[in-house]
Design a binder for this molecule. Structure first.
Ligand code: NZQ
Ligand code: ZN
Length: 383
């Protein structure tokens, strides 16, 4: 066990009635609110209207819409400028991970006089200050509602990079599973794959042995598998949507890290796919994960025992090969996600060039160290 500090300052509201508390919770942060949302799902569902009705009496409301899936730095710049121009006190993100991530970057960008991309690329300036952020979550996936990380893409440099800072932890997040009933089948599946991957990235580690956390992670992975299947068959099943939603928040909030300093393996590879092909994050991970596990088994047979533990606990598999086969059945069968890049419509990738870009600041020092050759091999297996 390593030493660690676990500190999440975000107040989590969960359940059918949780939105009733939105305006009273936000009152402590001022009166001028920028609501940030995406391509319109929250308009179509009526959620935006409900929220504006609730805020009308106590707040002056401004809007910044059109945040893209895989949010782009251009939207962040516009949002940060709007905050300065309108003297915004706080931000309310209403949407999935892309909207929440964009809102974090806007909240930080509003407090500085330099280009918000400088948090990410170039000097990678620290996030020292941000406007207060509140989130209403509409999708179970990234867990951004309970973390201080935000992933942003830059079209000009073809980069997708993550950045974190304590000031961008949401002050409060509101999770009503009913808001996820309308998430389309593909996004439900991609979200489930993302949650599963977040847990797996922590589960497969070498620097920490933590019995309690391993058993908790197995429970969360099982939760995702059981409830994703139900939610796909019955999209308005509150229990299934609720389990996925709460699993998403806990999969990535630092609990499962347990003091580990090991970096994640599949996420940096996927972020390169999203940067180049605007790929849906969870789909990219679903393609990569089993190939990465096979690479681990082949390269270092010692990894087989943890893959066996995973398979036995999560799928009732009897050995490491069955563990991966059952994971594939879940991702490509139950979730219906594409099993390869070509099946996802991505042809002619230059795996070596992508690997060079992924490793340009150093190898991936994950469960197994991955250099350019290793990343190339994993990507080639994904083609
Ligand atoms: O834009 P709108 O119209 O709202 O539609 C969205 C979007 O098209 C739609 N959607 C969301 N809630 C809905 C809904 N449609 C109908 N009903 C609802 N209730 O779903 C689509 C995808 O939304 P998006 O926010 O992009 O999905 P997700 O939550 O998976 O976020 C993905 C982004 O988060 C990053 C990913 O890389 C990607 O950019 N990540 C952020 C992390 C973090 N902050 O820690 C970690 C993750 O590993 C990940 O990298
Ligand atoms: Zn992810």
């Amino acid at each position: 066990m390593n030493d660690f500090v676990f500190h999440i300052p975000t107040k989590m509201y969960f359940g059918r009635q949780c939105l009733d508390k939105l305006s009273s919770e936000m009152k402590g942060s001022g009166s001028r609110v920028l609501i940030v949302y995406g391509g319109g799902s929250v308009v179509r569902s009526g959620l935006l209207g409900r929220i504006k009705d609730q805020l009308r009496d106590d707040f002056t409301v401004f809007e910044h819409s059109g945040i893209e899936p895989n949010p782009k730095i251009g939207s962040i710049r516009i949002g940060a400028d709007l905050c300065k121009e309108k003297d915004i006190d706080m931000i309310l993100a209403v949407g999935g991970g892309s909207v929440i991530d964009a809102s974090k970057a806007i909240a930080a960008g509003a407090c500085v006089d330099f280009d918000p991309w400088e948090f990410y690329g170039g000097p990678r300036r620290p996030i020292e200050k941000a406007l207060p952020l509140y989130t209403v979550v509409t999708m179970a996936s990234t867990g951004s509602e309970m973390t201080c990380g935000a992933v942003i893409s830059n079209d000009e440099t073809c980069e997708k990079l993550g950045r974190g800072g304590f000031p961008v932890f949401p002050k409060a997040s509101f999770l009503d599973p009913q808001l996820t009933f309308s998430v389309p089948r593909f996004q439900t599946a991609a979200g489930a794959a993302d949650i599963l991957s977040h847990v797996m990235e922590s589960y497969f580690k070498k620097d920490v042995d933590f019995f309690m956390l391993d058993r908790m992670m197995e429970g969360v992975m099982k939760t995702v598998i059981v409830n994703a299947r139900i939610a796909l068959d019955d999209p308005e099943n509150y229990e299934a949507r609720g389990n996925l939603m709460w699993a998403a928040s806990w999969a990535i909030n630092g609990l499962f890290g347990g003091g580990s300093r090991q970096v994640w393996s599949c996420h940096p590879i996927e972020h390169e796919l999203s940067a180049r092909y605007d790929m849906t994050h969870g789909l990219g991970l679903a393609i990569i994960m089993p190939k990465w596990m096979r690479y681990c088994m082949k390269t270092d047979p010692e990894t087989c025992s943890k893959i066996r533990d995973f398979g036995a606990a999560v799928f009732g598999a009897s050995d490491e090969n069955e563990a991966i086969a059952k994971l594939e059945d879940f991702l490509y069968g139950d979730l219906g996600l594409a099993s390869s890049l070509s099946a996802a419509g991505i042809e002619n990738i230059d795996a070596a060039d992508m690997a060079a870009s992924i490793c340009k600041k150093g190898n991936i020092n994950g469960y197994l160290p991955l250099d350019e050759t290793a990343v190339t091999e994993i990507l080639e297996a994904c083609i």
